[in-house]
Design a binder for this molecule. Structure first.
Ligand code: GN1
Ligand code: MG
Length: 361
């Protein structure tokens, strides 16, 4: 396997011979490796999940357009484009990906040295820094006008998610629906409200912009002195509502437990983390957000976390075909943990609204 990996890595424009390739990180979707060259340069090599990303060439095209735009701005502001934005490494053949003998798609980016990454946003200050990072990312792209290919039709689109939901419940392919009646009822009780917000996105009341769509804290790199440096994992950059990005920050930063915590007592939304996140995000984003976006910002966490409940539960009912799982009930455990988190957000909704209002300039 290692020789094969070295062979694949060597198809890219690297500075010297690749001497090692080893697994990196714990993504649920792609397979990620760290490749090191003889000169000591490190690169991220990824096998993209081509069941989920069916059009890797268009995905890479989107990423190149976005990173070009970011790099131009960074240079103008006197920053370092190789550190403050992701750098896609082309192949010797001049493409942003290579295809292996099994039809697998591989891509390479530069590993950004001397950075700090966090798996948990566990202080209000870190939440603030992360929120600022996402706000800045969106702000730098707020004047981006080139069209992006919609490489994930339906992703973060609640109208589509409920169609998928109805279909999977009707098919019930592995007979699991009967065991999760309580969770299904929980989702049904929220369908109307979620679809009401989605209809505002669909009819343009809530605008769409270039958004990241997977804003968990480990997708942001910080400099050693704590400043936000670079937003990474751009697989899902799409034209969508910013509510997805802010909402996924709320979902992933403010949870006092783990995304898949088996002990539901561990899980709640920490309002101090929410305050930090909101402060950081709005310090960058209040300059470009419209009234309708601001109006739904407090609801964004509930919106996206409920979507995540649907996605985990649908995958459980479908027989675990999408997310990588570590145990047979993993998707159900994830579902219950996310339900608990939504409930905690619902309990603190008024407080969240007050905090948003406090930081809107
Ligand atoms: C997936 O693989 P990762 O952690 O980057 C998923 C996100 C989910 C997340 C749940 C393309 O992201 O949408 O929110 O898992 N990405 C895709 O942890 O489905
Ligand atoms: Mg991702």
């Amino acid at each position: 396997m290692n020789n094969q990996l070295i062979e694949i890595a060597s198809k890219f424009v690297i500075d010297s011979k690749i001497i090692s390739v080893n697994p990196l990180g714990e993504g649920f979707i792609n397979d990620t490796f760290l490749a090191v060259s003889k000169f000591g340069t490190r690169y991220i090599l990824q096998r993209k999940n081509s069941t989920i990303f069916v059009d890797v060439p268009s995905m890479m095209d989107n990423i190149l357009k976005v990173t070009d735009h970011l790099k131009t701005k960074i240079v103008k502001d006197g920053g370092d484009p190789a550190r403050e934005a992701m750098t896609v490494i082309p192949t010797i053949a001049g493409k942003p990906y290579t295809i292996d003998l099994n039809g697998g798609y591989w891509t390479m980016t530069l590993f950004i040295e001397d950075t700090v990454a966090y798996n948990r946003a566990d202080t209000p200050e870190l939440c603030e820094a992360g929120g600022k990072g996402i706000g800045k990312f969106q702000s730098m792209l707020s004047d981006f006008s080139e069209p992006l290919v919609d490489i994930l039709p339906g992703f973060h689109q609640m109208g589509f998610r409920f169609k998928q939901w109805d279909a999977v419940l009707a098919a019930d392919p592995v007979g699991r629906a009967k065991d999760v009646a309580k969770e299904i009822a929980w989702v049904e009780a929220r369908r109307e409200k979620i679809l009401e917000v989605w209809s505002k996105v669909e009819n343009g009341t809530i605008p769409t912009r270039i958004t990241h769509n997977d804003t968990k804290i480990n997708n942001i790199l910080f400099s050693p002195d704590g400043d936000v440096l670079c937003v990474i994992d751009l697989d899902t950059v799409l034209s969508a509502t910013i509510l997805n990005d802010f909402g996924d920050c709320v979902r992933t930063y403010t949870n006092t437990g783990a995304e898949d915590d088996e002990n539901l007592d561990n899980i709640s939304m920490n309002i101090d983390m929410f305050r930090g996140l909101t402060k950081g995000y709005l310090s960058e984003a209040s300059s470009f957000l419209t009234q309708s976006e601001l109006q739904y910002l407090a609801f964004a966490g509930i919106y996206i976390t409920t979507e995540q409940v649907l996605r985990f539960l649908m995958d459980y009912i479908a027989g675990d075909t999408y997310y990588k799982i570590k145990s047979p009930l993993h998707n159900l455990v994830r579902t219950r943990a996310q339900i608990k988190l939504v409930q905690s957000m619902e309990d603190q909704y008024e407080n969240m609204c007050n905090i948003i209002n406090e930081f809107v300039k």
